[in-house]
Ligand binder design. Structure first.
Ligand code: TYD
Length: 211
């Protein structure tokens, strides 16, 4: 089963996921967590190219295509092999980030990038996507508590981030069967509980379908 986690920076998705991974492992599931952009040496290099604050800016399409290139490597070399070995693979960000950040906020087109990626990924979609929803204000508050982690995209202003959020919301409406919203404004404990519940329900459903 392939699960992806999406949301604004500062939404607490990484923290919740680490706990979910431990929880699923305690239930004897084999789980691997990975992240985008990154996940293997070539993709980490691409990540550095894109997110490095010292780097000069780049054309929106250059940025989008680099993210997609890193994703293709990640999919073929990390995600698929683990799925074939029976792991639950959880990716911290995947295709919807490119659709929201580059398609929405950079203005390349939400539908266009969503369709383009489905073609490039040859229809390989996540079984489940969790969208961690958080207001701009709450996300900024959390981010200011860890300034050392800010990357080139975190430095973008309110307009950019509101556009990212809007694009995610558009995706939630378009693909309700795949994407579930998690209320990330709640306490870490509650966010973990919501995340766990949605994933467990999906696993049960998935098991039934496979039988
Ligand atoms: P990262 O430090 O991993 O942020 P987070 O921990 O919040 O995921 O940085 C990833 C940044 O790259 C984040 O600002 C979102 C952005 N991004 C895109 O713009 N497009 C993409 O396709 C991906 C995967 C990430």
């Amino acid at each position: 089963m392939f699960i992806t986690i999406e949301g604004m920076d500062g939404s607490g998705k990484t923290t919740a996921l680490q706990r979910v991974k431990q929880y699923l492992e305690d239930l004897n599931y084999k789980v691997v967590m990975t992240r985008e952009p990154g996940g293997l040496p070539l993709s980490e290099k691409i990540r550095e190219l894109i997110l490095n604050k010292d780097g000069v800016g780049m054309e929106p399409w250059t940025e989008a295509l680099l993210f997609i290139a890193a994703r293709k490597e990640h999919l073929e070399k990390v995600i698929k092999p683990y799925l074939e070995k029976g792991y639950i693979v959880i990716s911290d960000r995947f295709m919807d980030s490119t659709t929201a950040y580059q398609g929405g906020a950079r203005g390349l087109g939400v539908d266009y990038l969503n369709e383009l990626q489905k073609n490039i990924l040859q229809g390989f979609l996540p079984d489940l996507t969790l969208y961690f929803e958080l207001s701009f204000e709450d996300a900024e508050k959390r981010l200011s508590a860890r300034p050392e982690e800010k990357n080139r995209l975190d430095e973008e202003g309110r307009k950019f981030k509101e556009a990212v959020k809007l694009a995610f919301e558009e995706l939630v409406v378009k693909e309700p069967n795949r994407i579930t919203v998690i209320d990330a404004s709640k306490s870490p404990e509650e966010v973990f509980e919501q995340t766990k519940k949605v994933i467990l329900e999906k696993i049960e459903l998935w098991k039934k379908e496979k039988r």
